[in-house]
Design a protein around this ligand. Structure first.
Ligand code: IMP
Length: 199
């Protein structure tokens, strides 16, 4: 199955391609600009991104949206994870802001949640969710990954952050790995060999 990938984030594309190896993934055309992600939920934002690609290309599109939900912050930043430190925030800005927000807090538990979604030109869609629980570390560690990876240590990872893992190690337990494996399963008619679009 041929899918145009909505994201231009190369770190994300690497993770997605490692999971969806049986699919023909096409990069987002450079003519398509960034879409304003103003949905209220991760699913809304994934749909907004995928629909924009379908409108521009006429082809089935693949998008995902992720939020980091921190227990001590009542689930924030959630859908606002990209701009936790304000508009135009860098990954480093967001990491620093989150560490400040958790300064002195005993509860550092958090979870990443991803919605992965394929939107078809005829308006059908298939979506799947993936979640990983973990903790926000005291300080950044590791150089891999992106975003909040240097301060997120998934449960069962021996205390290592996602930024200390290979792409395959991260994908094995991550929100994105789980969401895209579930999506692939749905798209291939519950585990069949041939990718099919949903009826
Ligand atoms: P997006 O809207 O799916 O791009 O995700 C929103 C924000 O969440 C990004 O700007 C990153 O800061 C963060 N994020 C998304 N996925 C990950 C991940 O796998 N690891 C760490 N941070 C992530």
């Amino acid at each position: 199955m041929r899918l145009v990938v909505a994201t231009a984030n190369t770190a994300k594309v690497t993770e997605i391609a490692a999971v969806l190896h049986d699919f023909d993934l096409v990069p987002r055309p450079s003519s398509v600009g960034e879409v304003v992600e103003d949905g209220d939920t991760l699913e809304d934002n994934a749909r907004i991104k995928a629909q924009a690609i379908v409108a521009a290309t006429g082809e089935a599109a693949l998008a995902d949206d992720t939020g980091l939900e921190v227990a001590a912050l009542d689930g924030a930043p959630g859908v606002y994870s990209a701009r936790f430190a304000g508009p135009g925030a860098t990954y480093a800005d967001n990491v620093a802001a989150l560490l400040r927000a958790l300064d002195g807090r005993a509860d550092r538990t958090a979870r990443f949640r991803t919605v992965a979604l394929v939107y078809f030109p005829d308006g059908r869609e298939v979506a799947a969710e993936g979640v990983v629980d973990g903790v926000i570390t005291i300080s950044p560690t590791g150089v891999g990954g992106f975003g909040y990876d240097p301060i997120f240590a998934p449960d069962g990872g021996g205390g290592r952050t996602f930024a200390e893992m290979t792409v395959d190690e991260k994908n094995a337990v991550s929100h994105r790995g789980r969401a895209f494996r579930a999506l692939a399963w749905l798209l291939t008619a519950a585990g069949g060999d041939e990718p099919v679009s949903p009826a």
